[in-house]
Write a protein that binds this ligand. Structure first.
Ligand SMILES: NC(=O)C1=CN([C@@H]2O[C@H](COP(=O)(O)OP(=O)(O)OC[C@H]3O[C@@H](n4cnc5c(N)ncnc54)[C@H](O)[C@@H]3O)[C@@H](O)[C@H]2O)C=CC1
Ligand SMILES: N[C@@H](CC=O)C(=O)O
Length: 821
């Protein structure tokens, strides 16, 4: 025998009832013996409570609710019953019930009173209507069924509203009633009666309880709870899109999940089934082919250690602390006794072994009462300052990871903390029972979504890591980066299990957000058509509000308006990756602070492309330093554009034309004066010197300008080019002077003996810089370990493809940092 139970959502209208009818018909055809429990149609119980409450306050508009109630049922009957005989039969009975309910409510309205006893009777109408209508409908479908009012078989005490069942008597009555019955029994959920026949109700989760009682009384093989989701999910699917059905779980795991907000099953009411070891299955009436979740006593040691993650949204944490607690037996007992006496339910308790404080969480609406009873209980201790003030924190959430197998696996708690910590989520309190089936943390409510996603990714989706990008700057480097990500996204997913989602994008004019990911093909059109005006503080707010895990901010601009924001972005535990050199080459303090901030918040501050574009210059230097080497000298051609310009400058083409070409090829800065003035090289050598351990400020770099002064005085880029053209002869002269001695011109930056300088030099064939080509950079590190022969990094040091690829690589590398395993 199976017991099936359908909740209100499965029978909320005629369509849903037809759907349930099809399910039951197929069971009947397969010859599976079963009985079915029904809740009231979705929303009906609330409607009944509302109308009775209004009537008890003498409000006449209860009648509107009543009419709505009557109309909903009449409509369902009209839709379901095409057979006139059935329809007439049903309507006659229902009409009578309408009148009884109407009279009952009128009585409440007259006496201005609805006692819990009366209320239970009013509520019984909901289930009685639904089960009766469905029983008749099943007969119309040709399935021989009978309506069973559970008040005949479920007997309780007289605690109206939340009655306690006389189990033995009830089981006996169930067994007796079902003996020799051939028709399928269609039973009212939630309602019961006293031995004397007064209507009672079974409290929260009541229809599940009815199903469990029937299961136990009939010694059923299986109890099927039919709802509107595919079983118990790993977590709340409204918060975590990747949540999926847990195929199997133990009774105790189900109990833990239900305590922590999984609404699918109210496990305490399942006790009768658990006592008699009757498995349950949670299924979706809108998707009957889905196997749902099977819940039994069995614990499979091969199962994943964590089965589910649940959350209790909005709790308060109270902390009682003070020296007067240390080593004093009975403090905890007094605290929890006074709270229990006040009817305050405690959801989580934590106490450090120092015994200095006890923290516990309760619902926020109980804080005032809890505070009052604690003040009274510990009045003397507070007066004597043995206890500090009661500390109250609100706007918190409890998150719990749940699983039987956690107790066999070390490192689960560590993984939990790491997943949260890597996403900048502060843990206010931690609790783990010695059953090790549940580890709970208290966090700020505003972090709840992010935390659920971080944990879900950490425990269930370690095969796929999502990186959420916020990109500012869509010029040469920005647009090339997005193109590269688009081209590479499929293989990144397949080969590395990394999904890169572009959540926000902006240029100097517009910004656009989509938490599901901006289309990487049409982003340009979408941004210009649908984007809103760019405002960096709003961009940051949107980024904070999105509160997504593994967030990476990418600055592809050349402005300090954006780089000034890194501090606050890193402080929010958002990774920063940038080819923009302004922050790292500004004051030493800023450079150090940003690095520290990133470290403290466990995020990447990635600026490898600041020097040498896509070449591994900074990482090579960092590896030398981290492994204990000491840098004696850095010498380099650090500008890709200047390298290109001087490599091309052979007398056949004027200097200014080559500079224009360098800009067209994407080698120069957006403003080429930054390159030609030596500022870009200065920024790079500052960064390298700092990485090598030197505390250098920008004004300490000695730079020999090689540009005629009038060029630098140009107001616009175009004017700059014109003045450069006027000076073509000057540059040609410099070139010829060098060429006379078989030398080539190079801008070389040097750091040695705590001094840094940049100069235009004519180098001969013996110099490593002589044979550079294209936009080559060459950086020569001389160190304690590399003193006979230097370590050299050489290659193209500018250009959209190589630079964007360098930025891309830093983004991908963040994956290893977010990997929780
Ligand atoms: N071109 C190269 O080879 C290399 C460039 N870089 C760096 O890459 C960065 C980007 O260079 P490009 O793409 O060539 O520049 P670009 O001028 O082509 O693009 C800059 C982008 O930033 C946006 N932008 C400017 N100010 C903004 C603001 N206040 N708010 C929002 N967006 C703003 C612009 O709208 C534009 O989309 C620069 O910092 C440059 O130094 C670094 C290494 C190599
Ligand atoms: N403008 C820069 C580009 C890389 O930083 C250069 O010329 O090297």
């Amino acid at each position: 025998m199976r017991v099936l139970k359908f909740g209100g959502s499965s029978v909320k209208d005629a369509d849903r009832i037809r759907n349930v009818g099809n399910i039951l018909q197929s069971y009947s055809k397969k010859g599976i013996p079963f009985t079915v429990v029904f809740s009231a149609m979705g929303g009906i119980t609330d409607l009944l409570i509302g109308m009775a409450t209004k009537a008890s306050k003498g409000k006449e508009d209860y009648k509107e609710d009543l009419n709505h109630f009557i109309q909903r049922h009449n409509d369902v009957i009209a839709e379901l019953f095409d057979n006139p005989t059935y329809r007439k039969e049903v309507m006659e009975v229902i009409q009578e019930q309408h009148e009884t309910l109407e009279n009952l409510l009128y009585g409440i309205y007259l006496v201005w009173e609805a006692s819990p006893r009366t209320m239970d009777y009013v509520l019984s109408f909901g289930e009685r209507y639904s089960a009766f209508i469905i029983a008749k409908y099943m007969n119309q479908l040709g399935v021989h069924s009978e309506y069973l009012d559970a008040r005949k078989i479920i007997k309780t005490n007289r605690v109206f509203g939340n009655a306690e069942v006389h189990l033995r008597l009830t089981y006996q009555k169930i067994a007796d009633y079902y003996k020799n019955r051939t028709a399928i029994q269609i039973v009212t959920g939630f309602i019961s009666s006293t031995k004397g026949g007064l209507s009672t109700t079974l409290g929260r989760g009541g229809s599940d309880y009815t199903a469990a009682l029937l299961g136990a009384g009939l010694e059923a093989d299986l109890i099927e709870i039919w709802t509107d989701v595919n079983g118990v999910l790993t977590t709340d699917p409204r918060r975590v899109k990747q949540a999926f059905t847990i195929p199997k779980m133990s009774f105790l795991e189900a109990v833990e999940m239900s305590h922590f907000g999984a609404k699918v099953i109210y496990a305490p009411t399942m006790q009768p089934a658990m006592d008699r070891n009757i498995p349950l299955v949670i299924k979706n009436s809108m998707n009957p082919d889905h196997s749902g979740t099977y819940i039994s006593a069995e614990v499979n040691l091969n199962d994943h250690p964590v089965k589910g993650i649940s959350a209790i949204n909005n709790v308060a944490l109270l902390t009682l602390q003070g020296n007067g607690m240390v080593g004093v037996p009975g403090t905890a007992a007094r605290l929890f006794r006074c709270l229990a006496d006040a009817g305050i339910n405690i959801m989580l308790i934590t106490q450090g072994s120092s015994e200095y404080s006890i923290s516990f969480s309760i619902l926020p609406n109980q804080v005032r009462k809890a505070s009052k009873v604690i003040q009274e209980e510990f009045k003397r201790e507070f007066e004597r300052n043995d206890l500090d003030h009661l500390h109250i924190e609100k706007e918190l959430s409890i998150l719990a990871i749940i699983g039987d197998n956690m107790r066999f696996v070390p490192g689960v708690a560590a993984k939990m903390m790491r997943s949260l910590g890597n996403n900048g989520i502060n843990i206010v309190a931690i609790a783990q029972g010695s059953s090790e089936r549940n580890i709970s943390v208290v966090i700020n409510k505003e972090d709840e979504n992010k935390a659920l996603n971080a944990l879900h990714e950490g425990f269930f989706l370690s095969d796929i890591k999502v990186i959420n990008l916020f990109v500012v700057g869509t010029g040469l480097i920005g647009s090339t980066l997005i193109k590269q990500i688009h081209e590479q996204s499929q293989s990144l997913l397949e080969d590395r299990g990394v999904e890169i989602r572009l959540i926000g994008i902006a240029n100097s004019r517009k910004m656009l957000f989509d938490e599901h990911g901006i289309n990487l093909e049409s982003w340009e059109d979408d941004l210009s058509r649908n984007g809103e005006a760019m405002d960096m503080s709003l961009f940051k707010k949107r980024m904070d509000d999105a509160n997504v895990i593994n967030s990476v901010f990418v600055d592809n601009t050349a402005t300090d308006e954006i780089s000034r924001q890194y501090r606050s972005i890193l402080a929010e535990s958002i990774h920063v990756v940038t080819p923009n050199k302004i922050a790292t080459s500004s004051s030493y303090e800023e450079y150090v602070n940003l690095k520290r901030l990133a470290q403290r918040n466990n995020v990447t501050f990635g600026y490898e492309t600041n020097v040498g574009a896509g070449l591994p210059v900074i990482s090579t230097l960092q590896n030398l330093i981290h492994s204990g080497d000491k840098i004696k000298k850095i010498e380099g051609v650090l500008s890709g554009s200047l390298s290109y310009i001087f490599n091309e400058f052979d007398g056949t083409t004027p200097f200014s034309t080559i500079v224009r070409k360098a800009k067209e090829l994407g080698f120069t800065e957006p403003d080429p004066r930054i390159d030609l003035s030596g500022t870009d090289v200065k920024r790079k050598i500052i960064i390298l010197s700092r990485e090598a351990g030197m505390k250098i400020e920008p004004d300490e770099v000695m730079i020999e300008s090689f540009l005629p002064a009038d060029c630098m005085e140009a107001d616009t880029t175009e004017e700059f080019f014109e003045r450069l053209q006027d000076n073509d002869a000057y540059f040609e002269n410099l070139r010829q002077e060098a060429a006379k001695d078989h030398k080539k011109l190079r801008i070389i930056a040097t750091m040695e003996n705590n001094t840094v300088n940049i100069s235009l030099q004519a180098v001969d064939q013996k110099s490593p810089f002589y044979s550079l080509e294209g936009s080559d950079n060459m950086i020569v590190f001389t160190s304690h370990r590399y003193h006979k022969r230097s370590l050299v990094v050489q290659g193209p040091g500018a250009g959209a493809e190589v630079t964007a690829a360098g930025v891309f690589a830093e983004i991908i590398n963040i994956e290893s940092q977010i990997s929780p395993s």
